[in-house]
Design a protein around this ligand. Structure first.
Ligand code: AHQ
Length: 236
């Protein structure tokens, strides 16, 4: 493997290439979703399973927060936890995702008791949380950089749900609207940390591998759903 340090531009390009090759917008389940081909049961399964991912985001962010050495980085990073857990007067993303479930006909208790969460989804999400628990903090931050690719996917998804899944009450889409400004803000901060902290080629390659790992986490979640909820156009 080459050992020279990548420039910031080269490093950023390598990170973005990971998304171009492996981000979950290219998974057959998402492609079928975007073509309006998912049955309500498949959409509800996606919402109920993704809830397990969403509720663990502030947990993994708290694990990363505990390792950030600078006050400046902690002051920015803590906002991610508040975005999901909410605060007095602002319910937060976890509550908004529960409301997405209710808007799609999934009772709140069925979201909260995780009865629909598939074993492989649990394993993939738990692997992500443990990755952030155990890896050096710049590498854990690098695994969040799938957010570089999220805004275009989420903005497309809003239109898809409005037009192709009108049976989902529109107020359920509020979560996705908030991500349109939260994700770019988070991605900018995460990328600045990774570019600043990965000071040799080995660390740069570790950060790129961390982003591949995270793409695999998101991909595995949809693989599990494809297996458990086949039919329609999610056949691989
Ligand atoms: O709603 C999402 C979210 O809050 C986050 C946090 C971030 C991270 O720190 O890993 N990743 C992420 C993502 C969210 N939504 C996913 C989607 O498809 O709606 C995309 C996912 C991501 O791209 O990592």
């Amino acid at each position: 493997m080459e050992s020279y340090l990548l420039s910031n531009e080269q490093f950023t390009l390598r990170l973005k290439q990971v998304g171009e090759e492996r981000y979950h917008d290219k998974h057959p389940y998402h492609i079928a979703m975007h073509e309006g081909k998912l049955a309500p049961s498949q959409v509800r399964a996606w919402i109920a399973n993704r809830f397990y991912y969403q509720k663990n985001i502030p947990v993994k962010d708290a694990l990363i927060l505990s390792k950030l050495p600078s006050r400046e980085d902690r002051r920015e990073w803590i906002q991610r936890i508040i975005d999901h857990d909410g605060r007095e007067g602002a319910e937060g993303g976890i509550e908004a995702w529960i409301r997405l479930g209710e808007a799609a006909g999934i009772p709140r208790e069925e979201m909260l008791d995780e009865r629909h969460v598939l074993p492989a989804v649990r394993f993939a999400v738990d692997a992500y949380v443990n990755f952030c628990r155990l890896e050096p903090w710049p590498i854990a931050v690098a695994s969040s950089l799938t957010e570089l690719f999220a805004p275009s996917l989420v903005s497309k998804r809003i239109g898809v749900f409005e037009q192709l899944y009108p049976w989902i009450r529109p107020e359920g889409l509020a979560y996705f609207q908030t991500r349109l400004h939260q994700a770019p803000r988070d991605a900018d901060h995460g990328l600045s940390i990774v570019l600043r902290e990965c000071r040799d080629r080995r660390e740069q390659e570790q950060a790129i591998a961390a982003l591949c790992f995270k793409c695999n986490v998101l991909w595995a979640l949809l693989d599990a759903l494809s297996l458990a909820y086949p039919g329609g156009d999610t056949e691989r």
